[in-house]
Design a protein around this ligand. Sequence first.
Ligand code: FAD
Length: 673
Amino acid sequence: VVQRSPQPQPNAQPYSPLNPRAATPYDEPIYRRDYISTSEAKPSYDYVIAGGGLAGLVLASRLTEDPKVSVLVLEAGMSGDDVKDQVNSPAGAYYQSIVGSAYDWNFTTVPQPNLANRRISQPRGRILGGSTAMNAMYLVRPSKTEMDTWQELLAGDGGDSSTASRWGWDNLYKYMKKAETFTPPADSLKSVVNITVDASLHGSNGPMQISYPAIMINITANWTAACAGAGIPEQKSPNGGTTLGGFITPSSINPSNETRSYSRPAYIDSLPPRSNLHILSESTVLKFNMQSKQDKSGNYIIESVEYAKDSSQTSNTVVKINKEFILAAGALSTPKILMYSGVGPKDTLESAGISMKVELPGVGQRLQDHMTSPIVWQTPLQTAGDIHNSGSDFSKSKEFNSFINDAVAFANASLLFDGNQTTFQQEIVASLNDTMVDKMVPSYSSEVKAGYKKIYNLIATRFFDNVAQVELLMSLISPGVVAVQAAIQHPYSIGRVYVNSTNPWDGIIIDPQFHSHWADLVMMRQGLKLVRRVGAAYGTVLGTELNPGPNMQSDDAIDAYLVNDPSNGANSQFHPAGTAAMLPKALGGVVDADMKVYGLANVRVVDGSVFPFEFAAHLASAGYGVAEQAADLIKAKSYSVTSGKATNASVASTASLSLVALVLGCLLTILGL
Ligand SMILES: Cc1cc2nc3c(=O)[nH]c(=O)nc-3n(C[C@H](O)[C@H](O)[C@H](O)COP(=O)(O)OP(=O)(O)OC[C@H]3O[C@@H](n4cnc5c(N)ncnc54)[C@H](O)[C@@H]3O)c2cc1C
């Protein structure tokens, strides 16, 4: 085990708003005063946010920087105070995980026909902090090519080219950096493990702490060399616009106390009390209510939101909206709230018996996820799992509890096919036709289908070699074994989430249609072959291959393993996205570049639902960037239910200045001056 020298503790200092250098004051009850009980909730707020997860807490924190603005966060899950030690410990993500507990929504998909009818597990955080309280803490950004493609998609097909650039690389990168404070690894780690660091690619003054664990397992030392041995070049500038290559990625770890840095400690617990911010846990948002009339632009105005503690509550609690309602319930739950409020695809709402207010066919569509599967070897060397199982003093130390997997590599199609990818690519491009699209896309809408076709072509051409198709991740969490996963990054399969009742307490139906496009299985199979090449380059550090096993060499055998094996075959990497995509409406979009839901005057979606396609990255960094930018957009211009229009912040302040001038003028006249 390589250990880093002790980190300097931050000097005792008063907590200023979002002081990024402050250790988390998690244990100091004084900082809990933003959390209220149901009876303390006010009848109305300027902004009501559904979901206190990644995006919801970023928004709550940023919007209440203005003391004149009032915000209520409604979080379905519990606060998490009872499990804070489990959540705070990075290694706790493996050894005392809240996945599968009452703090998890414990979603599963419907049986997936192309995966031997397996139901695929989809954990999601049901706790303040959302999925950032249970995630694996990898900090990996999407690539410039992907972000700039998002911008391009927003600018065409009737989109707005003047606002599209917000979602291109330059701007989103600025906001991803705004969210973070980066601390480089200690020299003692760098001298053993090849970690390439360019601090200029990271933020230096944001609430999220981005760093490295205090210890790394020796096997990690050979990661980049083994990748190079398999033909994957080292990525020397990870997270700065390109991801292709092998590297040790930073994690969302607070190095001052070796704890998980996630949206709650970073954005809320580090705040001084704010009387304008109310956070209500154990409060599930069920639906929103809109006025019967449309405004001048033809959009419906939302006037209230209904929520309840649980299904035994006899009538829902209603809170009024002064300005806007923001959906931040995550990619699997945000579309559910839209649908139960009467906004969504006509056929879904009709068959569920929900009265349709706004037809928006893209709601719940475009569901995609990264699928992953490992090769597992025995190893004679010590793993984190061995240390954990030993029960030694070291296994209980703060240093060991900071352990987290962080060796990754991103490979494009030429690497996966050893330079022979052209035929595969041509077949993918050639297989796109209307018959295939009608079969693949579970929607009646020509707009949703147009979006699928356009993005499919971009993935099959522009992304094919310039952007990673597969991520490799090394895991050392189990005793006696090393696992390296291959996770497909740009699936061609597409699915949906939908509802089939009028009762919002009924579960969401999740059908990603995994592997419904033949190319996804081929890409995963090639990924596993590349993993074996990395394993071979590792040499004697890795012993016998346990899974799928040395006998499974043919394409058919690997495919069968991926399809059938319940625990090691293809499973979710837990990155669902796209169900309220930010795209032009003509491409099946649900929100515009302002994050406003088409057809609604004052509802925005700010969470992983808005990503228009899967990025070749873990999704949290992009999520923080999106939420940071959303806060600025809302601060600059937001809707007022009273005035019935959106007001520009500078116009608002000019208006209030004019009012002051008018009052002063009247006073002076009255006084005869
Ligand atoms: C097990 C796991 C491991 C992961 N590992 C990584 C990783 O290593 N790196 C990475 O970058 N990403 C990782 N991710 C993904 C990342 O955490 C998510 O992409 C990110 O948290 C999504 O942010 P969000 O704001 O969209 O949703 P969330 O963070 O999930 O927040 C949504 C919140 O809304 C609440 N909510 C839902 N419905 C309602 C309702 N009706 N009313 C009120 N509240 C509601 C939820 O309880 C939750 O708190 C992982 C995810 C999981 C589950």
